[in-house]
Design a protein around this ligand. Sequence first.
Ligand code: NIG
Ligand code: ZN
Length: 414
Amino acid sequence: MLITNIKGLVGVHSKETLSLRGSELNQLPILENAWLLIEDGLIKDFGLMSNLNTQYANLNTINAEGRFVFPSWCDSHTHLIFAAPREEEFALKIAGKTYEEIAAAGGGILNSASKLLQASEDELFESASIRLSDMIKQGTGAVEIKSGYGLTVESELKMLRIIQRLKAAFPIPIKATLLAAHAYPTEYKNNHQAYIDLIINALLPKVAAESLADYIDVFCEKGFFSNKETAQILEAGAKYGLKPKIHANQLSSTGAVQIGLAHQAVSVDHLEETDTDVLQALGQSPTIATLLPSCSFYINIPFANAKGLLSHNAIVALASDYNPGSAPSGNMNFVVSLACIKLKMTPEQAVNAATLNGSAAMQLSNEVGSIAIGKKANLFITRPMTSLAYLPYSFGQSQVETVILNGEIYHGPI
Ligand SMILES: N=CN[C@@H](CCC(=O)O)C(=O)O
Ligand SMILES: [Zn+2]
């Protein structure tokens, strides 16, 4: 397949560039008036229209005149498997209840867990497939999915097996994360260690035996998992080769980031509450700072200090956090808009954070996340756009016109 007359071929980073930190995010290389050649599902070559090789004339060609071609969004933080939405909490939030108050009253994660317990694997697979297909049509071409609404051995395994089914059914890279430490089930409210023991002794060996997860995650937060409890779980996960990606500093700043860094987390995610120590530590670390502005927007908590992180030289990624409680949207176009509007990232920084750095947060940046020869041809063609900035500017709307995955036009839903 050949794509010609591309107004802007976005994200033509060198193949060796696997992530961007600090001021490196300012540069989003764009080739103007370009062509792109795809072969065997991979990016084979690209260049300027003035240098288009005539031997490509007979190829299946898409004329992208006036349009931009982007590498697909790489969404490195989602909870897209859930049994039911939580609109009842939406009403409570409008009436003034906070996320913590709703959770403490038995809403929140525990509410989702009790619903998921009742749902069959097939039902969950079907509803997750619809969500994932919607995300793909909005430009997402690689995704991480967490468990965490199971909270029993069987229910967590059920979630992870659904992720394996999604992997087999969808033409995009999918990473799986074990998030059994998302909340304490009610019966363990006064015996935290017993739940941790269950994770470590009963769940982890099964997850490892079936190779069901790539990462281990903990919601390290006041009222959820303490720093000490988090460390214990991450250390147990490491014994099975699971690297950490943790929920840190969402509602308070209590040292979660430092726990993540001490355990060589691939990423620490959320970071709505950060102080200078955290910015400095992340600026000197290979751990990626993954920001989730849709969550801040939806539950009315502070937006992360993206500018502070960038000025301290951190690797900043953007993800959707798609989940029924704090971010019921998997739309990465909106995430990129929010990053510009609320985090004051430039369109170039935001696109880099949602593509290459998102892929790095899933350890997939040698496969996806930029336009480089040999990478997967996972990309999208926009509608005609006046400039790059038009995409985040036109917030709440999708400029994605054609999705190409592994070199083929995606028509979905599956
Ligand atoms: N904070 C923890 N987990 C999710 C929310 C989960 C829920 O409310 O169901 C998050 O990333 O925001
Ligand atoms: Zn999350």
